[in-house]
Ligand binder design. Structure first.
Ligand code: FES
Length: 105
């Protein structure tokens, strides 16, 4: 059975914003969009920029370094130069707290 770890309160992440959160040694990007809340790796698969320093546009995040875009819903690449998708993580909101799947971390 999947295990989930509490990361932050949903009220601390207004819709249209994103922030980096540590889950063990892993830095995740937590995004609150009109389509829901999503958790992905915070490091761009192109050249390791931190995506939390980029721009959030609807359900996509745009890398601050070279402009690659990723779909927050599944991590797929929407615009180059990145070619590898971002890892995405199962997430749930329980009693107003964002929890991310932590098994295996
Ligand atoms: S580091 Fe993200 S596009 Fe180059």
């Amino acid at each position: 059975m999947a295990q989930f770890a509490p990361l932050l309160k949903l009220s601390e992440l207004p819709r249209g914003t994103m922030r980096a959160c540590l889950l063990g040694a892993r830095e995740l990007l937590i995004c609150h969009t009109s389509a829901g809340v999503f958790a992905l790796d915070n490091v761009c698969t192109h050249a390791e920029a931190r995506l939390c320093e980029g721009r959030l546009r609807s359900t996509r995040v745009i890398c601050p370094l070279h402009g690659a875009a990723f779909d927050l819903r599944d991590g797929r690449v929407l615009a180059p130069p990145a070619v590898q998708p971002l890892a995405s993580y199962a997430l749930q909101v329980v009693a107003g707290v964002i929890e991310v799947e932590s098994a295996g971390s």
